[in-house]
Every structure is written in C-alpha cells, then in structure tokens.
Design a protein. Structure first.
Lengths: 623, 377
C-alpha cells in the first residue's frame, strides 16, 4: 500500500493531486468522445447502406389505386351498371389527440347525418391506432364539400373519394345484372383486387359471370409519407385500368316491359332471337332494388327478402326448375313422328288412359286427360291444338321414354343454356338410365306417360324452354345462346340439329292452330293482324291428385292455397310467317297456361312486333 | 472573514478578462442549434428558432451577471444557493406541473423552469465550498464524506422521485466528479462502483415500469420497434442514412417526415447528423471537445481550491450532458431524456448551462483571488 492510500483526502499536495486527477478525467472524457466518434463512424459509414434502405422504407409507402369497374350496357347501348363517386369519411386515431372532440365537431359540421357515436367509439378503441376507420359513407356532394371546407376542425378525419356501383334500370334488371359486394373469405386468395380494402366482386348475374373482365386492374402509387402515414408527396403513379365494358344482349326497354307484364306475379320470362340465340330478355319477378347492396343491408331488410315466399332474390328464369307440362308436347310429337307415328294417326280420348299396375288393389292405374269428358278422336294436329293428354299418353307409350329423352336433349333440355352463370340450373330429362343412376330403381311404364305430358321427373327452366323452341322453329339451327355480346367471337359454323322439315311443318301447324284457331288452348290470347304468334300452353301440377280427391270433384285452382295451384306456362314464337322470336313465360302457381301465361306472352309478342330490336341495336365501343 | 484580494478588479478589468474564445465557441454551437431548429421548423424562423434565440440572450445576460459578480459573494452564499435549489425541488413535488406523469416544471410569472437543471450547478457550488473549507485533510476520517454524500444524495433523491432518472444521473455524476477531483482515495471509488453493481437488483425493484421498459429496450430495441424501441430505432436509421456527408440541410427525410420523436429537444443531434452526415457530427463533437478543453484549462488557472473544484465541476457536468445525449441518440446509452447543451430547444437547460459557464468565467476572471475557509453562511 503506497503512502497515498493511507489518507481519505490528500491535501498535502492539493494542486498536484488536482492536476493529476484532472488529467485523468480529461483523458477519460477524450476517450469517451472517441467512442462517440467511433459509434458515429459505424452508423454513418459502415452501416450506411442498411440504414438508407430502412429510411426509404420508412418514408415511401405503396398505396393501391382502385380500378373502376367496367360498365354494363344493354343492346341499345344504354348503360345499365355504372360507377358513381362515393364520398366517405374515415378517422385515424393516432392523428388526433382527441378523437371524441373531432367526432363532435364533425357532428356540428354535418348536423343532418346520423352517427352512432357509441358504436363508433367502441370500434375506435378496439382498432389499432393507425388503421383508418370508416365514420361516414355515401355522403352527398354538398355534405362532402361542407366537410372539406371545415377540415381543419376535425383532426384525424379524412374525406375520401371512392367508387360505388349504381344500377340505372331498377328492379326489372336486378337478377340478370346481379350486384357486387365485398369479397368473401374464399375469394381473398384468388381475387386480384383482394389487397384493396374496399374490393368488391360480383355476386350474381352478369356481375358475377363476367367479374374477371369487369373488375379491371389495380394501379398503385408510391407516396412519401410522414410517420403518421399522412401523404406528403407522390413519387410515382401507375394508374389503375378500368375493367372492360360489357354490352349485353338484353334490351332494357323490353326487359322492363316484360317485367311489368308479369304484374308482380311470381314468374319469369325469356325472349330469344331464334336466328342468333341472343336473349333479349331474361326476367324474374318479383324483384328487389339492385342498389340495396351497395350499402350494407339491414338484417331486417335481408330477412324480408329471404323469407318472402315469392323468392325475390332468385333469378327464376335460369335458377328455378319447373315441370314443363304440356309445353313439352311439341317435342314428344316430334319424337313420335321420328319413330314412324303418322300425323294422321288418331287416338280416341275418353278423358282417361288406363294401364296395368299390380301394386294397386284395382290392378290398374288411371291417367286422366285435363278435359274430364275427353276429346273424342284426335290426330296429332288436334292433339297439339287442344293439348289432349290421352293422345300423348298413347304415343309416349309407343315411342318409349328413351326416344323422347333423346329428342328433348337434342334441343337443349337437361343442359345449361349459358355456360357462365353459376346460379343456373340445368333441369332434368328423365330416361331409364337416368332413373337407375340417380334414383336407383327401374323405370316404370306409368312414368313414361307422365313424362309424355311434361310431368313426373321432368324439370326445365324458362331460358331452356325458350332456347329449345327457338332451335326447333328455326329448322334445327343449333344456336349459341348469348347474353354478353362478344365482338371478337366469329359466328361459329352453324351446326345442324337433325330435324326433318316435314316433321317441323306438322308441329308448327299444330302450334299455329293452338293459338289462332277456335278451340285452341291459347286462342283467347291470339294476336290479330298481319303478324301473329303461335305457341303451346302448359299447366304443370305441383301436387299429386289422389283418386279420392278426383271423385270428390276437382277443386278449382283458385280454391287452393297459392303454393298448391298449378304453374302456368307458355312457349311461343312469332311472327308465324317469318319467325324471329321465341318466348317462354312461366307464372308460378298461376293456375293454367292459357289463363295466366299465354296472355303475358301475347303482350310481349305485340311489343316485339311493334319494335324491331335487331334494327335498333347498336354496338358500344369499349372505352 | 474573507482574505483581501491583491488587486481590486473594476468591471472593465473583469470584462477584459473574460475568455472570449470560450464565448465564441458557445455562440458557434448555439448558431448550429439555431440552424437545426430552423430546419425542424421547415424554414419557419418564428416557430422554434426565435424562442431559442430569446433564451440564449437571456442566458447571456445571466452569464454576464454571474461572471461579473464578486466571487466572494458566490463563495459566501454557496450553501444557501444550494439549499434554495433543494427547497425549489421540494416545492416542485407539491405544486409542480405534471407533464407525462412527471413533475419537472415549476411555473411562475409566465415562466416554466426546471429546478433540477440548476441543481446540477448548485450542488457543485456546495461541494466546492465544502471541500475548500475542509479542515484537516490528513485526518483519516471517513466522516468527512458524510456531508458531501448528503449534498449529492438529497437532490438526486428528489429528482429521482419526480421521476427524472436522466437528470438525476447527471446530477449524481457531476457530484461524483467533484469528489473525484477533491482527491478521494481511489479505493472508495472502486468499492463504490462494486457496491452499485451489487445493489443493482435491489434498485431495480424501485424503478417505474416505463423506466424498466427503457432499460429492456436499450438492450434490445427490436423488442418493441413501435413502442419504446421506436425512438432509438428511428434515430439510428436517421443517423445511418445520413451517411458521410448527410442528406443536405433541410433535406432530412426522417426528421422532416416526423419519424423522429422529440426532434427539437433530446433528439436534435440525430436530425443534425442526418442532414450533415458523419462530417457534420464529428465537427460538432470537436466543437464540444474544444469548448470543454478550454474550460478545463481555464479552471486550472485558478488559485483557490473553491474555484478549481467549481470550474472543473462545471466542465464535468457539461461533458456529461453532451456525452449522455449523443450516447443516447446513437444507441450507446438508454434513452434517459438529457438535452444537448446550446442546441436542444429548452429554456431551463439553456439558462442553467449559461449559469454554469458564468460561474466558470467568474472563477477565471478572479483566478488570483484567494478565499479563506468558509463557514456555513
């Protein structure tokens, strides 16, 4: 231990001691400063590149630009689905010291809007502070500009402009055009817009079928942002690309007219150009407001739509399947003709047709004609005209179900009309194999009889009926059913459906007589004048009538509850001399084809004869 | 009571004796502060720089008043000044303005002062007087350390409970530096450091949550890059991306886009380093080194022990300010909230530092003055 260590303080040579200690402390300070210098050299020279990248990442933010959705035009070039500017307000909590004050100020600026502050505050509290939260949506331009003028009073609130879909044509077009809504969970992986918080996709109709073309491509921009995420400066920008505009074959005025002709009854209409396969109308009734889904829909409203027995949300023209009833008869007749049944062949109708049925006590099963007292002797022309069931029971038995099924399939039954609508149903054409495969039991003779008058397992859709009739009446020209005009697609080489013109002539005559001669099933709905329509009514049962019920006397349709009444159907074409259009009308539980469906079809044909749609149509250039 | 100084200095003698090179360096560093604040205000002189200038002018007035006072009066009232500052700290605990959960400011007549800034210097005054007046250095009594220990521990304790750990640390180290210079045996320092390390786990329990967080974050900033680590991470990014020559004056993206927290106060060096790069940072550090070097040289000219202890203490406190601040923004030290003298925006620290340099200059002017051992008053 040296001398100095004996003392707590060393006063004996104070100045020497102080100088020495000051020297030590000064050297220490210089050393510490050197450490700072070295540290700075490390940060600013050695690690410079790393920090430069981090700094750029900090200040440059990638923002997505929402593309505008393609516009949907009708056949005449009238816009049906357009984009409107949507004005909304979001709040970013970290950009205001007092969000409650900001919201209170917002309320003062826009006293006419309702803000559920309690709910909003709880959302704000739960959400991360830098995530924008929607405060108001769908402001009017007036409200939006008022807010912008007072923006300094509402810290943390940002007015934004986006797009919303707007449908111009009201309820008549809702089903075929469809609507858009935010992406489903499943879509998040596949949709190219999924990174966009406001992304929507088509959920039904054309909006869904052509979603990929309509949605467009995302743009993006790099912006310099401050630490709060506020944009300071745009560095570069790649514009979004608007989705393809689409022109559809629907004639908006005709669609409207058909919808009104249904007069709020539950039903559907399809109008087809029998030469081109273009669908001019695909109507489903009743309907809903297509702009309902651009805002979030209340559960009350939603339930009233889903619980409605008329099923307004379903596009009945392609998604609802009905037994075709007597509208299948022209095709059954064709099957008979092709199998050697002569048009002159007469069947005696006494109102019923009996077959052996060992499962019953009586050993027989009786099939009734719609006319209880019978039609007497009928040939094919008469059978089509008066829609005699007994005639068709007889010839169906002779021809057999497989032959009937083959003819029906040839004209498009049992297959999707369009390939693009996921909501489309393809119906059922029953046959022996079909039953064995899908039900697992062998075919029974009685089922052939039911199928011969379009009952039993038979199911079809309005669009299918219209297409099948069009392909029959145009002489077996296979159509490419279209709803979206595709200018690039060349007219495909026409395929022929095998059809003997003589057979066609017989059937056409039967249908013309059914509408235009006294006693025909749709005579009351005939169109007088140069241009006439022809067609076949159908009344399809939705219930089994027991023999007991039959003995007690058949109840009239209007005595039954609505959902047990018969469907009324009609298929027709016109003008009869130079057929242009095929139309199918189905009135759900309308009672009968002649009473409910044929008058609607008649009105539609009159409209079609007055307006030549082909001449009116003009193409829309894709902007 | 006082010994007569050999020559009675006139006010002009005193003014002539001021070390104007020291004042020039102070003004240079202050000017850098104005530049930095002007950049932070995005070219708006009236936001930060004008107030900074006003405070500097007020600081200069204090500097001259303190420098031109009679050293004997300062010596005489050294304890009283110290006690007054402690009283201010006590009052602060009762009536202080609570900002961010800490009571640091006391306001009166429109001014907001941070007494803890001044305590750094009053503590040195008290210690200098004590060691100057200590009777017999040859006596081996550890009891000589009792009073200095209280002089250090009392203000540190008051500042710790504000709570303001950073300032407490500066005060503590400033006091220790004076004790060191006064000649306390090395072994007490060594045992003191060992004792501190051993008692760390106990002290740890008394730290506030946020202080513990800061220490955790210091050792691992990536642990919470958006919370407590945010400051230090962003500060390092700003400095590093400045590179050798910087991004250019008023071109610092980190600072101008508000990524840097507390830019105008504790993190102002970061902004300067981002815009002026390594070269600028080193020049600034060299300026501080020169200032401290000159101050130490001035200190050593004094004849009285009081003047030496006081001047060297002022140098140490100033050094600790600079080192802790730059160490903090470069990620070498935990974030403790210590301003960068003459550059950081903040009134109390500016006035306190000028008060300190006023004391230093006073000692320098009166280098020849000898002082007798002082009594309490």
């Amino acid at each position: 231990m040296s001398e100095s260590n004996k003392f707590i303080f060393k006063k004996y040579d104070a100045n020497t001691s102080i100088n020495r200690r000051t020297a030590i402390i000064t050297i220490a300070k210089a050393g510490l400063f050197s450490i700072l210098g070295a540290r700075l050299a490390y940060l600013q020279i050695v690690d410079k590149d790393k920090y430069e990248i981090l700094s750029d990442n900090n200040r440059i933010t990638h923002r997505l630009l929402e593309p505008q959705r393609g516009i949907i035009y009708d056949l005449q070039g009238k816009p049906l689905a357009i984009n409107r500017q949507r004005y909304e307000v979001v709040i970013i909590r970290e950009e205001t010291s007092d969000y409650i004050k900001s919201i209170e100020n917002l309320k003062n600026i826009l006293p006419d809007v309702n803000i559920d502050t309690e709910k909003l505050y709880s959302v704000i509290k739960k959400t991360k502070k830098f995530i924008p939260i929607k405060v108001l949506d769908d402001l009017s331009w007036d409200q939006f500009s008022r807010l912008n003028a007072n923006i300094h009073k509402v810290d943390g609130l940002y007015p934004q402009i986006g797009f919303k879909r707007y449908y111009t044509s009201g309820q008549s077009h809702s089903h075929i055009i469809g609507y858009t809504a935010p992406l489903d969970k499943k879509e998040k992986d596949t949709n190219t817009l999924a990174d966009l918080s406001s992304a929507k996709s088509g959920k039904l109709g054309i909006e869904k079928a052509k979603d990929v073309s309509l949605r467009g491509k995302l743009g993006n921009k790099n912006v310099e942002v401050n630490a709060n995420g506020r944009e300071i400066r745009e560095l570069d920008r790649y514009e979004s690309i608007q989705g393809e505009n689409i022109q559809i074959t629907i004639d908006s005025d005709l669609q409207d007219y058909c919808y009104k002709s249904l007069n709020d009854q539950s039903g559907c209409v399809a109008v087809t150009n029998i030469k081109t396969g273009e669908f001019y109308a695909l109507v489903s009734s009743p309907s809903y407001d297509p702009n309902l889904f651009s805002k979030s829909i209340s559960s009350e409203k939603w339930n009233s739509l889903t619980d409605n027995i008329f099923k307004p949300l379903i596009n009945k023209s392609i998604s609802s399947q009905y037994p075709p009833g007597s509208t299948i008869k022209p095709f059954v007749a064709l099957a008979a003709l092709e199998n050697g049944v002569s048009e002159k062949r007469e069947v005696y109708c006494n109102g019923k047709h009996e077959i052996k049925d060992t499962s019953r006590e009586s050993g027989i099963k009786t099939f009734h004609c719609w006319k209880e007292e019978g039609h007497g002797n009928v040939n094919m022309n008469e059978a089509l005209k008066v829609s005699c069931d007994v005639y068709f029971y007889q010839i169906s038995r002779e021809v057999g179900i497989n032959k009937i099924a083959e003819v029906c399939k040839r004209f498009g039954f049992g297959q999707n009309v369009f390939d693009s609508f996921y909501e489309e149903k393809k119906g059922i054409v029953p046959s022996k194999n079909w039953k064995l495969e899908s039900i697992g039991t062998p075919w029974m003779v009685g089922e052939t009889l039911s199928a011969g008058i379009g009952q039993g397992y038979f199911l079809t859709t309005s669009a299918q009926l219209s297409l099948a009739l069009a392909q029959l009446i145009n002489g077996g020209e296979k159509l490419n059913p279209t709803i979206v005009l595709d200018k690039d697609k060349d007219n495909q080489k026409s395929q022929k459906i095998s059809l003997n013109p003589k057979h066609l002539a017989i059937i056409k005559k039967g249908l013309e007589d059914a509408t235009n001669t006294q006693g025909g099933t749709s005579f009351r709905s005939r169109i007088t004048g140069n241009l006439k329509m022809a067609g076949k009514t159908g009344t399809s049962q939705v219930r089994v009538i027991s023999s007991q019920e039959r003995e007690e006397g058949l109840k009239k349709n209007n005595e039954l509850p609505w959902e047990k009444r018969d469907h009324g159907l009609f298929i027709g074409y016109g003008p009869i001399n130079n057929p242009q259009y095929a139309v199918s009308v189905i009135i759900e539980h309308g009672g009968s084809g002649s009473g409910a469906a044929a008058p609607v079809a008649s009105k539609i044909f009159k409209y079609l004869f007055d307006h030549n749609l082909n001449l009116k149509s003009k193409s829309v250039s894709n902007v | 009571m006082f010994s007569e100084s050999k020559i009675e200095l006139t006010i002009f003698d005193k003014l002539r004796s001021i070390n104007y090179f020291l004042l020039f360096l102070i003004c240079t560093i202050f000017f850098i502060g104005i530049l930095a604040l002007y950049s932070i205000s995005n070219g708006n002189f009236s936001e930060w720089p004008i107030k900074h200038l006003q405070r500097f002018i007020l600081g200069l007035i204090i500097f001259f008043i303190v420098a031109l006072l009679d050293l004997k009066i300062i010596f005489r009232f050294a304890y009283l000044i110290f006690i007054a500052s402690i009283v201010a700290l006590m009052i602060l605990l009762i009536v202080g303005d609570e900002i961010n959960g800490a009571k640091r400011w006391i306001s009166f007549a429109g001014f907001s002062l941070q007494p803890s800034e001044f305590v750094k210097y009053t503590l040195i005054l008290a210690l200098a007087k004590y060691f100057h007046s200590m009777e017999d250095y040859h006596e081996n009594f550890i009891s000589k350390l009792i009073i200095p220990s209280f002089i250090v521990i009392i203000p540190v304790a008051f500042v710790v409970i504000q709570p303001d750990l950073g300032t407490a640390l500066v005060i503590f180290l400033g006091g220790v530096s004076v004790i060191w210079i006064s000649g306390l045996n090395y072994k007490y320092f060594i045992s003191g450091i060992l004792g501190f390390i051993i008692s760390l786990p106990i002290l740890w329990q008394y730290l506030k949550e946020y202080q513990k967080d800061r220490v955790f974050t210091f050792f691992n900033p990536e642990r919470d890059p958006l919370g407590n680590g945010y400051h230090i991470t962003q500060s390092k990014i700003a400095l590093g991306s400045g590179g050798i020559f910087g991004k250019g004056y008023m071109e610092g993206t980190q600072s101008h886009l508000n990524f840097l927290p507390e830019m105008q106060t504790d993190f102002i060096f970061t902004m300067f380093g981002e815009e002026f790069g390594f070269v600028g940072s080193i020049i600034l550090i060299l300026l501080y080194m020169a200032l401290i070097g000159i101050a130490i040289r001035m200190a050593l000219t004094s004849k009285s022990l009081f003047s030496k202890f006081l001047s060297l203490g002022v140098c140490s406190v100033f050094f600790i300010y600079v080192f802790v601040n730059i160490g903090m923004v470069t990620g070498l030290l935990p974030v403790v909230g210590v301003p960068l003298p003459f550059i950081s925006y903040g009134g109390s620290s500016m006035l306190a530092v000028m008060f300190g340099f006023g004391l230093l200059t006073n000692c320098y002017i009166n280098y020849n003055t000898t002082l007798t051992k002082g009594s309490f008053i």
